[in-house]
Design a protein around this ligand. Structure first.
Ligand SMILES: Nc1nc2c(c(=O)[nH]1)N[C@H]1C(S)=C(S)[C@@H](COP(=O)(O)OP(=O)(O)OC[C@H]3O[C@@H](n4cnc5c(=O)[nH]c(N)nc54)[C@H](O)[C@@H]3O)O[C@H]1N2
Ligand SMILES: Nc1nc2c(c(=O)[nH]1)N[C@H]1C(S)=C(S)[C@@H](COP(=O)(O)OP(=O)(O)OC[C@H]3O[C@@H](n4cnc5c(=O)[nH]c(N)nc54)[C@H](O)[C@@H]3O)O[C@H]1N2
Ligand code: SF4
Ligand SMILES: [Mo]
Length: 731
């Protein structure tokens, strides 16, 4: 959040927190707090960690065993309903493939041979290595990769140790280009949870964003509401996704050409003067130059690029304009597709600006939050070296650290060497493009520590593997969410860890002690930390423990209700023309460049989500694996027939660089264009310790040897790989 929005934050006093009202009554038994109840059922509120949406959950323990997980009706995000993954969280606790004790490598990296050691031995080993790295190369030579809220305390320890090199794959491999495109235009990100007012949209445009397969709970619930209300739905996807099957207009676009479509839409809306003229003249900067840049982007021109018929482009543009400002062109989330992604995201921001949807009901609301002060820690040492990931600000608009930049520096030793990686809750071998580069970087390390719950691909290469307790067995940091209404959520243990697993806060604190950084942990147990912060916010920790959620009073979230229209851009306006981009040598208005094409006879490799799995992290969860045990490859029916293939046949995919997939079953379907194939991300595990998931399905990551880097912000576009279909016996 930037300074402007911060000014709008509320300090919620204890008295203004909504008394647990109607919603709370539905909670029944656990209103008197976690504890034993008649019938031997104990209910504990917490929040989910099967993905990063953080839905409020209530976990029930019956006769001492974890029994079920439901939505917390008090939670504004989930409204009492979890997605299939959240409900299946039980399987994360009971997963027989879990790591049980700290492991120290005994053979070559990657051989997956370790000995079990005590926590004391493991942490002593790590601390000694980290001290050695700091002495020889400076503390900046240690990097932390971390994804999710569980990384909070390890980040704290690594900052206290003195490194600025801390990164997550959620920027350069996920939403980074979108955040940059929207920042350049509106001065703000769309955030997570996205500030999309899907519930009130009268016309919803989805470009890729495959809601319903992409199961971010609130969005899917609001999507169902919008569809049920009869909101107009326009879906752009080379594959007839679940969302596309509900659309009034389905545009099966040629992959990688979306920017051409968006430019043509804007061309129609501007030349036909269907945009929100008052909004644009009041809030816009550089509109004339922007409008002039669109002249040649006619629907006829876009047809040649996208394969979408000009009349459909016109009809959908007019439909968007008809429902403005309650027309929401969804900004997407995983937007690293072709390498022009920040500019495509900027074009999506500009289309929304023409429709006047930013700040308006049915468009993008202004999120609110609770003001929960940070814990008063001593100041961190100031690193002597700048971050390693983006030397010379090569990617001038990268406002977060680039995972792949740290990887490059680890391989090249420039701008300075990186000698240690700590990897928390991210499977870099599945999440970063070009696994060979990740392995090369690993070979250059003196220390690789992986903190995980299962023996993942990343753990396979570690010197030390630390077994974490799952989210159901630990506390984590507080979540003062940015949402439609202010609320604060608590994660707390529901059951004990079954073996010698420990929570991240304990690991981070112990490691700090061993590094001589104990002064950075004035608290002994995380509950002291949590209670301190909650009290400093004027809130009641006991009530938070009891209910899992504390809600603040409703706040205005639309301009019409008094939220001031402010933009943290150089012109203080919505930048149709970006002087920031111009100064940095980039196109100040989005300009189309065609996508790379593949070798003749190959198909572009596309990938996405399945409702019951998250990334590469749920495949040993027996409950979720029971719902989908392996992925299939979608191939256009006519193409399959030409190649003598039918659904259920087993093949392999080979990419343009010779990388070969595992065996995978064919799904021959009309629901995909003939120029691409599609599979669900995260399968095809190669770590032997993942006994249930090993070898099942094919890995998209294995086939993503190439990537294109977004010149504005360093995001790694992965939809630039092409495959051919080979027999299952291919080697
Ligand atoms: N169940 C489940 N839900 C999840 C997640 C999960 O792991 N599991 N992960 C969450 C996270 S972190 C993220 S970032 C999101 C990701 O989900 P999204 O943000 O929705 O990601 P996309 O890449 O847009 O979605 C893939 C869709 O884009 C289509 N597509 C591919 N190429 C193109 C193209 O060139 N043009 C167009 N128009 N469409 C294209 C594919 O056919 C597919 O339908 O999902 C979130 N939700
Ligand atoms: N090829 C390809 N690459 C992608 C994507 C894609 O679709 N295809 N999607 C991109 C996107 S949108 C994103 S957001 C990123 C996601 O990238 P990641 O966040 O790295 O996702 P995962 O691959 O699921 O890795 C999560 C790891 O955390 C471990 N883990 C799970 N729970 C816990 C826990 O409680 N504690 C600890 N310590 N570890 C835990 C899991 O076992 C797993 O090893 O990937 C990006 N990269
Ligand atoms: S969307 Fe599903 S997996 Fe993600 S936090 Fe919510 S219930 Fe859990
Ligand atoms: Mo993501």
């Amino acid at each position: 959040m930037n300074a402007l929005s911060r000014r709008r934050f509320l300090r919620i006093s204890a008295t203004s927190v909504i008394a647990a009202g109607a919603g709370a009554r539905a909670l029944g038994a656990f209103r008197d707090g976690p504890g034993n109840h008649p019938g031997g059922i104990r209910r504990t509120p917490t929040f989910c960690d099967l993905c990063f949406w953080k839905c409020g959950a209530i976990a029930s323990v019956r006769d001492g065993r974890l029994w079920k997980i439901e939505g917390n009706p008090l939670d504004p995000l989930c409204q009492g309903r979890l997605c299939p993954r959240g409900t299946g969280g039980i399987g994360a606790h009971s997963d027989p493939d879990r790591l049980r004790a700290p492991l120290l490598r005994t053979h070559e990296r990657g051989e997956e041979k370790w000995k079990e050691v005590t926590w004391e031995e493991a942490l002593e080993f790590i601390a000694a290595k980290m001290k050695g790295i700091a002495a020889s190369h400076g503390p900046e030579a240690m990097a932390l990769f971390s994804h999710g809220i569980g990384g909070t305390f390890l980040k704290h320890t690594l900052k206290a140790y003195g490194t600025p090199n801390i990164a997550a794959p959620s920027f350069a491999q996920c939403r980074g280009p979108r955040d940059v495109g929207f920042r350049l235009t509106f001065g703000e990100d769309v955030g997570s949870p996205e500030r999309t007012d899907i519930a009130n949209a009268e016309c919803l445009v989805l470009i890729g964003s495959h809601l319903g397969e992409n199961m971010h709970n609130t969005q899917v619930q609001e999507f169902a509401t919008a569809v049920g209300r009869g909101a107009r739905l326009i879906v752009v996807d080379p594959r007839l996704s679940v969302a596309a099957s509900k659309a009034h207009h389905y545009l099966p676009i040629k992959p990688g050409t979306d920017l051409a479509l968006i430019l043509a839409w804007m061309q129609v809306i501007v030349t036909e003067k269907r945009y929100d003229i008052d909004y644009v003249s009041q809030h816009g900067f550089g509109f004339e130059a922007f409008a002039a840049s669109l002249v040649d982007y006619t629907p006829e021109w876009a047809y040649a690029e996208t394969g979408i018929d000009p009349e459909t482009i016109r009809a959908t543009a007019r439909e968007m304009a008809r429902y403005r400002p309650a027309t929401l062109v969804h900004p997407g989330r995983h937007v690293n597709w072709n390498g022009d992604d920040a500019q495509r995201s900027r074009a999506i921001a500009l289309l929304n600006a023409l429709l006047g949807s930013w700040g308006r009901k049915g468009g993008f609301y202004q999120p609110v939050t609770m003001d929960v002060p940070a814990y008063p820690y001593p100041p961190f040492p100031v690193p002597k070296k700048a971050k390693v990931d983006n030397p010379g600000h090569k990617y001038p608009f990268a406002h977060e650290t680039l995972t792949t930049g740290i990887r490059e520096a680890t391989i090249s030793g420039a701008p300075y060497p990186i000698k240690g990686w700590m990897v928390y809750a991210t499977n870099l071998l599945q999440a970063l493009p070009n696994e060979a580069e990740t392995l090369r970087a690993i070979q250059a390390l003196d220390l690789l520590v992986v903190v995980d719950v299962v023996p993942s691909e990343m753990a396979a290469w570690a010197d030390v593997v630390l077994p974490e307790s799952t989210y159901l067995e630990r506390h984590d940091d507080l979540n003062p969410e940015y949402f439609r209404e202010p609320f604060l959520a608590l994660r707390q243990p529901v059951v004990d860890a079954p073996h010698d697993q420990k929570p991240n806060w304990w690991i981070a604190r112990q490691l700090a002690e061993k590094l001589g950084l104990g002064a950075f942990y004035p608290w002994k147990h995380i509950e002291e930390y949590l209670e301190h912060r909650v009290s400093a916010a004027g809130l009641d920790y006991a009530a938070l423990k009891r209910d899992g959620i504390l809600r603040g009073p409703a706040q205005p979230i639309y301009w019409a209700d008094g939220v001031p229209a402010e933009f943290d851009t150089p012109s203080r306006k919505i930048e149709f023309y970006s002087t920031q981009l111009e100064k940095a040598g980039f196109d100040p208005v989005p300009r189309y460049t065609p996508p790379v094409s593949g070798p003749p006879g190959s198909f572009r490799l596309l990938f996405g989500r399945a409702p019951m799995h998250s990334f590469s992290r749920t495949h040993t969860n027996r409950l979720l694996a029971g719902l989908m045990d392996e992925n299939v490859v979608w191939i256009n029916e006519a193409v399959a027939a030409r190649q003598g293939l039918k659904s259920g046949d087993i093949i392999r995919l080979r990419n343009q660089d010779g990388a070969l997939s595992n065996r995978i079953a064919v799904k021959a379907t009309e629901r995909i264009r003939p120029d691409c194939v599609y599979l669900v991300h995260g399968f095809g595990h190669t770590a032997r310790g993942l006994r249930h998931a090993f070898g099942k399905g094919a890995s998209d990551a294995r086939l993503i040897t190439r990537y294109r880097t977004d010149p504005l912000m360093g995001g790694t576009a992965m939809n630039v790989n092409f495959v051919t279909l080979e027999s299952a016996e291919a080697v």
